[in-house]
Design a protein around this ligand. Structure first.
Ligand SMILES: Nc1nc2c(ncn2[C@@H]2O[C@H](COP(=O)(O)OP(=O)(O)OP(=O)(O)O)[C@@H](O)[C@H]2O)c(=O)[nH]1
Ligand SMILES: [Mg+2]
Length: 312
């Protein structure tokens, strides 16, 4: 992709309350039979939290991977992701929109299939919903319980503590606070997460995230930009797209110059609200290409370090 991808600053966000959220999740994991790991269908791997895997592995708990917000994701990419996950050992994946209660009704049954021994009053099936912030965990909980028991909101870190509820006599479900991890390994993951509103506002600069998103959409969905904003995008880069949004929306600073901050926020909001159509920020193929590039860059760095003669 474009040069901007190579000059990304790293985004990190692990606020204090997540240390206790991680500890509480580890405790609840001990009394959980199946983890429902919610990821964002538009960026399933970038929104997969390695801490969830780590906590599950310690207790050997099976996992149902839920690609949520699939109503906002590119259906072709989502199909590719489901096939990709189904090839991974020990993972069962399903794509849903938690805003549609009918779509999530099958999830407890799928979890039951992963823990068939937990199926009576004495041994109820205990499910724990986990994942990064703002992926729709509480929306999913409410849809399963068929009541608004958990607060939801389009902001990261809305849920601050765990909440459990029965699902009939033989099943329990627990909603947990969104959890990040201490270090996001790949910078582009940080930007995809920020664009998708999983990262707190204090940890990002909207203009940088908007330029990243614009560059990515220029590469993968240029026609959506042209349709939404009504200007030709051939030959533009991400900065020019954000400037174009400012002009189209008449967003100007005091001196009449384009207000790039407001334009960035409007552009990010359009993506988050699905106004640019159904978009996936990564596919199994782009993920693999990104990992190969990162691996090659790492090897070059290692060779440079090893090959540098000692100056002492
Ligand atoms: N379009 C769409 N929006 C969804 C879906 N699921 C949840 N949302 C929206 O995503 C936002 C976040 O939902 P929450 O349920 O609060 O997310 P959460 O994972 O519990 O977030 P935290 O508690 O902050 O970790 C809300 O605005 C929801 O309405 C979905 O399947 N599709
Ligand atoms: Mg929540």
């Amino acid at each position: 992709m474009t040069a901007f991808f190579e000059i990304l600053m790293s985004i990190q966000w692990f606020p204090g309350h997540m240390t206790s959220a991680r500890r509480n999740a580890a405790e609840t994991m001990a009394v959980t039979d199946v983890v429902i790991e919610v990821v964002d269908a538009r960026l399933p791997e970038a929104s997969t939290n390695p801490l969830v895997h780590e906590l599950r592995r310690q207790r050997q708990r099976p996992c149902l991977k839920v690609l949520n917000k699939s109503d906002l994701a590119d259906p072709v990419a989502t199909r590719e992701w489901i096939a990709w996950y189904d090839r991974q050992p020990g993972i069962r994946a399903v794509a849903v929109s938690s805003k549609n209660a009918g779509e999530v009704a099958c999830l407890p049954g799928l979890c039951q299939g992963l823990a068939t021994h937990r199926n009576d009053n004495a041994k109820p099936l205990r499910m724990m919903i986990m994942g990064i912030p703002n992926v729709g965990k509480s929306t999913l909980m409410n849809a399963l319980v068929k009541r608004k028991i958990a607060k939801v909101g389009d902001e990261p870190a809305v849920t601050k503590s765990q909440q459990s509820h029965s699902l009939g006599a033989r099943r329990w479900i627990t909603d947990t606070p969104g959890l990040m991890w201490p270090k996001i390994e790949y910078d582009s993951d940080g930007y995809m997460l920020a664009a998708s509103h999983a990262i707190g506002r204090n940890a990002i600069i909207d203009e940088e995230v908007a330029v990243f998103l614009a560059d990515l959409l220029l590469a993968r969905y240029p026609e959506r930009l042209a349709e939404r904003y009504g200007f030709a995008v051939e030959g533009l880069d991400g900065v020019a797209v954000v400037e174009g949004v400012a002009r189209r929306r008449a967003l100007r600073g005091r001196g009449g110059e384009p207000d790039l901050e407001k334009a960035s926020q409007a552009f990010l909001q359009d993506y988050r609200d699905g106004k640019l159509g159904r978009i996936s920020l990564e596919t199994p193929e782009t993920r693999q290409a990104m990992l190969s590039r990162a691996d090659a860059a790492r090897k070059v760095t290692e060779q440079t370090v090893i090959g540098t003669p000692n100056q002492d």
